[in-house]
Design a protein around this ligand. Sequence first.
Ligand code: CTP
Ligand code: MG
Length: 229
Amino acid sequence: MSVGVVIPAAGQGKRMGSKVSKPFLLLDGQPILVHTLRLFETHPQVDEIILVTKKEEIRGTEEMLRPYGFAKVKAIVEGGRERQESVYMGLQRCQSDWVLIHDAVRPFVTHEALDCLIREVKATKAAILAVPVKDTIKQINSDSWVTSTPARSELVSVQTPQGFSRDLIVQAHQKALEDPNWATDDSMLIEQMGFPVKVVEGEYNNIKITTPEDLVLAEKIWEIRRVEV
Ligand code: CTP
Ligand code: MG
């Protein structure tokens, strides 16, 4: 039973505010996207990778990636305006029985975390990486008044990859097309179907590079990793 990875990289990077698209920003001299792809290219259980970029960046991405020879990258496809649309476009090209969906801008997920996640996905059909929240989280209303404080012990901060059986996640995406609200992660679409999703404990270093200060943090995490290896 094969494992595929869909990597959405077609975002606008509004919160980063850089001229260069976020996945192409450099981390230790190489594009963030290259670091992310390398993690999956070198993972023994991964069979295929479908990359999703903006239409106007497909050609440039192909050229940029050529010297790296990532043999598992089977297709680079055009994304949509929302992340959910980009993921759906990638899913349509994915042929594997199991699919991991992973943000292009999370270059620090480890092979150990992937091993645990894949094991759980195969057992449950839907599993996601997450870490316990460190801060107390408040629910607020539109006027910034606190409405409640959920128990911290029951909260986790969700990451990617999120893994599913392909049939299940394709069905969830198709169903969600009828809904006017966009989901911020793929698990939400499965939850909306009433299907149980299992949480696998991830690592705090698996950050999503979102704002300029995340890039500074990313360089630090990279340095620490290099010393550890
Ligand atoms: N993404 C995508 N297609 C979109 C929106 C997002 O493929 N229409 C991808 C991004 O490229 C990124 C991942 O989804 O790899 C997570 O999204 P996020 O960190 O929010 O990136 P952006 O949407 O690019 O950033 P912002 O929300 O600040 O504009
Ligand atoms: Mg976004």
